[in-house]
Design a protein around this ligand. Sequence first.
Ligand SMILES: [Ca+2]
Length: 420
Amino acid sequence: MNHRFRPLPCVRRLVLCALLAAVGLAAQLRSAAAPHPNVLVILADDSGWGDYSICGNTNIKTPNIDALARAGASLDRFYVCAVCSPTRAEFLTGRYHPRGGVRGVSTGQERLNLDEKTIADAFKAAGYATGAFGKWHNGSQWPYHPNARGFDEYYGFTSGHWGEYFDPPLEHNGQLVRGKGYIADDLTDHAIAFMEKNQAKPFFCYLPYNTPHSPWAVPDSFWQRYKDAPIPMRSQEGDKETLPETRCALAMVENLDWNVGRVLKRLDELKLAENTIVIYFSDNGPNSWRWNGGMKGRKGSTDEGGVRSVFFLRWPGGGIRPGTNVREISGAIDLLPTLTSLAGIPRVGAKPLDGKDLSPLLKGGPAPAWTDRVIFNSFGPNVSRSRERLAQGSVGSCRRARRGGLQGQRQGTQLHSPAG
Ligand SMILES: [Ca+2]
């Protein structure tokens, strides 16, 4: 007699259900274990909100940056600082720049306090390869050097201004080297090499260009497009605009656009685009009087024209839908909490953040609960603030900007005289 146990039909069904449940759980675990997204942060230097064709500027063509914008989300009211170092400090820490000791751009005022933790510290601690390629401007020497602030690899120059843009003297992880060709092209080449080298694991690549910051220097192929070109869209400041400067700035932004196109093309070729968060913004307003949507102020001012930047974020594999337009105010202080949240990694450090996680806004869907807030901006003796309600007026965005400017934006920022 065969005494081997034969499960009853109902028991067999239970076993089958258990097996199916186990398979489902395994699939969920595989999903949960999906690789963290790569992050590519592209930062322009002194490019104004109006320096892009997608913002309605017919003086210039920026097809690659425009395409990046259309493929993801735009932060329509994104605020940076009046000058370089403060914006970079806010991006790095998620905190207003004075909290980290950054009050200016030179004489040590650009240094980020050593007890501040950076966004690169967070990504490095989470196992990312971290690299920065470009202008640092938050302290030149160790221990303020980028290699000491969370970046495994650094190529570029650590000060805020560089006098030579062709074959320039630069550094690579603290070693003096000679750059090759135009500086923006060279920085792009090194960022691409970093992504290629680290394509098998998640990377955090910070690409802070130093153009269109002066000196006014651009490869001849780009200059030839503008040398004699008409400039139909002008600064509202009239005689203050210097056309040769406008022409060179626009040529430098077109060079930036070309380099952004090269990076994005390489991400496609490496099949990394789907799971790479790409963001693009500038560190302050335009460095010359040129068309900027009619906004008051330029670089160095806490008025709207000095502190409003474009902001584009693309992440096809992360549920960021093309054409998403976020109207709520936001700023460089929001990038650390937002990018760590999107990547699913913890921040490093315990100091209170000023920024907020914008991911509910970026992912769209039903209107997320969002609390109105005030964003402050300061430089020297000037302080300004932007409020949600003021910024939600009947003004344009990059997607629907038209020639003639955005005069209403003057109301978006209020300037307050310093006490005394
Ligand atoms: Ca700048």
